[in-house]
Design a protein around this ligand. Structure first.
Ligand SMILES: Nc1ncnc2c1ncn2[C@@H]1O[C@H](COP(=O)(O)OP(=O)(O)OP(=O)(O)O)[C@@H](O)[C@H]1O
Ligand SMILES: [Mg+2]
Length: 375
């Protein structure tokens, strides 16, 4: 699967542009603030019907315009696919596949698998546990639709239980039967979600460790641990024991909504001790592991977007990453950088194909077709 052509109209700092891509390596180079990340974001948008940065659509419209449109021409299993996304201020956005409009965006998500690695991922390490739960949930729900359904239902039951706790605040006694219906749902769904997250992390761990070792040279020990109150205790007992506390706090204090993914380096939380380069390596290995997961679903290589990936990494690690992504295991890749040095390395490494380098200059793009020097 690959994107052959991208057209942008009024997306962020771009007026009008159409780019034709290589099936393998595409590079956007240019100074800070010229729009390299915005181009990756446009590609991301066509897969997920939203910006990677989760900003409201009005912010994606080029200043002083009132709409944006994105179009991607893809080849998927040897069949051409054309995706169109359009947004106009004050109206609902529209997504079309081969000219036919989707009723629900969820029908589109998953069609064009994609993994983005961005400096914004640092929030996975530095942010609260909700960021890491979101990571687990987003990867699992890409290959297991029922999981997403469980999550939605669990969160709905949780919300209802919390409303009930608030409504009962100040009452000297409450009827436990009032809570039974929500507790029952939390238990049923919470246990399933707990099991699924545990299985997912068990499978993810060796793939992640392998990538980390390949990039870092094998001298550092990394691990991912599933932190959950349900690991050692029955959820039913936890709910029962915490009832008095829940009433006092007016929200549900136990359950899988408190889970965390503990990211460790040398046995300690990476959040406290990881160097900038170690953190970056950690995130890249995690995203590569995610790539493998999504790839194994239907044997389609996701598009890989690598934003500023070389920043903070030493030359040894850069070289290993270059070797990895140039390998046939990965499919079409997009890389941004401010200088050509790293990119030339990639072009030399990933022999035998044609590459494209796009020089981005404040919303304008020139492309240079690079012939492999080995040929
Ligand atoms: N809606 C918008 N309308 C016009 N310009 C916008 C809009 N949204 C963002 N921009 C501009 O896009 C530019 C940032 O683009 P982007 O983040 O893609 O830069 P970059 O080339 O990736 O830079 P860096 O090398 O620093 O990462 C900024 O100059 C910003 O003002
Ligand atoms: Mg950028």
């Amino acid at each position: 699967m690959h994107i052959r052509e991208l057209s942008v109209l009024n997306y962020k700092n771009f007026g009008e542009a159409t780019l034709t891509f290589s099936r393998k390596v595409n590079c956007f180079i240019g100074n800070n603030g010229v729009g390299k990340t915005n181009l990756l974001d446009a590609i991301y948008y066509l897969s997920f019907c939203k910006s990677y940065f989760n900003n409201p659509d009005a912010q994606n419209v080029r200043h002083s315009e009132d709409f944006f449109a994105l179009q991607g021409k893809y080849e998927l299993n040897n069949i051409n696919e054309e995706i169109h996304c359009g947004f106009k201020a004050g109206q609902k956005k529209k997504i079309r596949r081969n000219k036919k409009e989707y009723e629900r965006f969820s029908e589109h998500i998953g069609l064009l698998p994609l993994v983005m690695i961005s400096p914004a991922d640092a929030v996975l390490i530095q942010g609260g546990s909700e960021e890491r739960r979101r990571f687990m949930d987003s990867v699992i729900s890409q290959y297991d639709r029922t999981y997403l359904d469980w999550l939605v239902k669990y969160n709905r039951a949780l919300q209802q239980r919390n409303i009930l706790l608030k409504n009962c605040a100040g009452q000297s006694s409450v009827d436990p039967d009032l809570f039974a219906i929500w507790d029952e749902q939390l238990l049923l769904l919470g246990q399933k979600i707990h099991l699924k997250r545990g299985q997912f992390l068990e499978e993810l761990l060796p793939v992640f460790q392998n990538y980390y070792n390949l990039i870092a040279g094998g001298n550092e020990v990394v691990s991912l641990e599933y932190g959950s109150q349900l690991n050692d205790r029955e959820f039913a007992d936890l709910l029962q024991e915490s009832f008095a506390r829940d009433r006092m706090m007016q929200y549900t204090t136990t359950g899988i909504h408190k889970d965390d993914l503990e990211l460790k380096l040398g046995g300690y939380p990476i959040k406290r001790l990881g160097s900038q380069g170690q953190n970056k390596t950690y995130l890249i290995a995690l995203k590569f592991a995610q790539f493998d997961f999504i790839r194994s679903l239907n044997n389609i290589k996701p598009i890989l977007l690598l934003d500023d990936i070389f920043d903070k990494l030493d030359s040894g690690r850069v070289e290993e990453i270059v070797k990895l992504v140039a390998d046939d295991h990965f499919g079409q890749i997009f890389i941004t950088d401010t200088n050509r040095e790293h990119l030339d390395g990639i072009l030399r490494e990933a022999g035998g194909e044609d590459f494209r380098i796009f020089v981005v200059d404040n919303g304008k793009i020139n492309d240079i077709i690079v012939k492999n020097e080995k040929e």
